[in-house]
Design a protein around this ligand. Structure first.
Ligand code: UT7
Length: 336
């Protein structure tokens, strides 16, 4: 099999209609807009409706990415969804997304690596294209974290939002390859640092688990915070070295949107000017695997990434896990 290039042919995002503001939380939690804004940078987040599942958000983003690429679901060879909040524990949400798009019969699978999902997904999906296994892969990062967040726990309730971002990856000439390098990592020695305890095989759901709130996200916030900055910077440096580039070669940075202070600290170390960093945490909160593709879609819509730019995607999350991808942006085709 001959290696070839991969590019993003289309990208789009979708967030559910319901908006929850910091002031809304003040009505039932011992918190304030001031605390949330200064500690996280968040102002609003979007929450799915009761009857809205992750695949519902994923499909809207997927349709948008296909439209921007001028393609139909039939043109896609493989469907991948990165999510920590699948519709069901099984089957994979990607199977549902593909079927709802009308692409029954095509391969479809999920990637479960929480907030690092899009970075891992981009690496895996790009590999499938560059190795010649598939010509086009649809990759969606989609989450409904509001469904597994304890709304009465002020330390987590305010952090998470719902949304989806999708990219269509397609084969291109090797000399136009967008994928320059990736650096991925994981350390599963303390999964309880950030996890959903019940619902899996170690702690199946029963009444006691539900009563104890074990179906909700639990997090040691300070531990995750410390790890986040270090891992983002380290992953970036290794990924850049693999691409034979330096920090100063970064034209645009799209970080996982977990906390404004985490992003600012990492950006300071990496010496990337603020105008070259996409931050939309104020609008969406932390949408886990959806945050990076949603931010990319926003950057592309706003014309903030230019043809030939070196774009760095970097993130971290439960696992613990982390990753960075160095990507050379190639302009989308203009579709009538
Ligand atoms: O996608 C990856 C997953 N998650 C993350 O990346 C999150 C990483 N961690 C963080 O972003 C931060 O640790 C948090 C935003 C979660 C918390 O910020 P912090 O500055 O680390 O605060 P803290 O946990 O050290 O808590 C400081 C105080 C505590 O009170 P005491 O013990 O000092 O009296 C908390 O009880 O703030 C209190 N607190 C709040 N106060 C008002 C915690 N949450 C709230 C709140 N409103 N919502």
């Amino acid at each position: 099999m001959q290696l070839r290039g991969v590019r993003i042919a289309g990208v789009a995002r979708h967030a559910p209609a319901r908006i929850v503001t910091n002031e809304d939380f003040e009505r039932w939690l011992d918190t304030s807009d001031e605390w949330i804004t200064t500690r996280t940078g968040m102002k609003r987040r979007h929450w799915a409706a009761d009857d809205e599942a992750t695949s519902d958000l994923a499909i809207v983003a997927a349709r948008g990415a296909l439209a921007r690429a001028g393609l139909r679901p039939d043109d896609i060879d493989c469907f991948v969804v990165a999510t920590a909040t699948p519709d069901y524990i099984f089957p994979a949400t990607a199977c549902i997304v593909a079927a709802k798009l009308g692409a029954v019969g095509k391969p479809a699978f999920d990637i479960s690596i929480a907030c690092s999902g899009f970075i891992y997904g981009l690496t895996v999906a790009s590999g499938l294209v560059r190795s010649g296994v598939y010509r086009r892969v649809l990759l969606v990062g989609a989450e409904t974290l509001s469904k597994i967040t304890n709304k009465d726990d002020r330390s987590t309730a305010i952090l998470f939002g719902d949304g989806a971002g999708a990219v269509v990856l397609e084969a291109c000439d090797a000399d136009a390859d967008s994928f320059l390098s990736a650096e991925l990592g994981a350390d599963g020695s303390s999964p309880e640092t950030l996890f959903q305890e019940a619902g899996g095989s170690r702690r199946p759901f029963d009444h006691a688990a539900v009563d104890a709130g074990l179906g909700y996200i639990q997090m040691e916030g300070r531990e995750v915070f410390k790890f986040a900055v270090t891992s983002m910077v380290a992953a970036t440096d290794v990924a850049l070295a693999k691409a034979e580039l330096t920090r100063h070669d970064i034209n645009f940075l799209i970080p996982h949107q977990a906390n404004r202070r985490i992003i600012d600290a990492a950006v300071r170390v990496l010496e990337v000017p603020p105008e070259k960093v996409l931050v939309n945490i104020q609008e969406y909160g932390n949408t886990s695997s959806a945050s990076i593709p949603m931010a990319l879609a926003e950057a592309v819509e706003a014309g903030r990434v230019q043809d030939g730019d070196v774009v760095l995607f970097v993130g971290f999350g439960a696992g613990l896990s982390w990753g960075a991808v160095v990507w050379r942006w190639s302009a989308l085709r203009s579709v009538a």
